[in-house]
Design a protein around this ligand. Structure first.
Ligand code: 5GP
Ligand code: ZN
Length: 139
């Protein structure tokens, strides 16, 4: 897509610090890292949502992501990592080209990920939700 920053990176029209690439995906350093080594895994093709990325390409993203995370941990000395994928503006997605964040983590690194718990009103409400999700699962 012509105005997409990540399509331009894939095409080599703007520079990026490339870690890995193959026929389906590209992995490069985030320009504004949450921790040093923070990387992004993107499909070569333009898809706004991860849901429209073809399943073989999604599989490749998830196959490579842990391998790249291990390399990032070894390189940075991090003890762990977060995978983060924001899908949709309401979820915090800014760049409209699907991407998986790999964020290396260390004890007391100061990163605060938003966390909360919204309780179900009661067991019936939870079971209704469970049934609705299962009915709509198209796998
Ligand atoms: P989102 O909020 O959409 O999940 O995250 C987009 C990410 O892309 C941000 O972490 C941001 O720093 C990164 N980013 C935005 N523009 C560029 C760019 O031109 N180059 C690189 N390497 N990363 C970018
Ligand atoms: Zn794109």
């Amino acid at each position: 897509m012509k105005d997409c920053i990540f399509c331009k990176i894939v095409a080599g029209e703007i520079p990026a610090d490339r870690i890995y690439e193959d026929d389906m995906i590209l992995v490069f350093l985030d320009i504004a890292p949450i921790n040093k080594g923070h990387a992004l895994v993107v499909p070569r093709g333009h898809h706004h949502s991860i849901c429209s990325v073809p399943s073989d390409i999604r599989a490749r993203m998830m196959e490579r992501a842990p391998e790249i995370a291990i390399a990032i941990m070894r390189a940075t000395g991090a003890d762990g990592f977060n995978f983060m994928l924001s899908n949709g503006t309401c979820a915090g997605q800014i760049v409209p080209h699907a991407h998986l964040h790999i964020i290396p983590r260390s004890p007391a690194d100061g990163v605060v990920l938003p966390a909360r718990s919204v309780p179900y009103e009661n067991a019936d409400e939870k079971h209704e939700m469970l049934a609705k999700i299962r009915e709509r699962l198209a796998v």
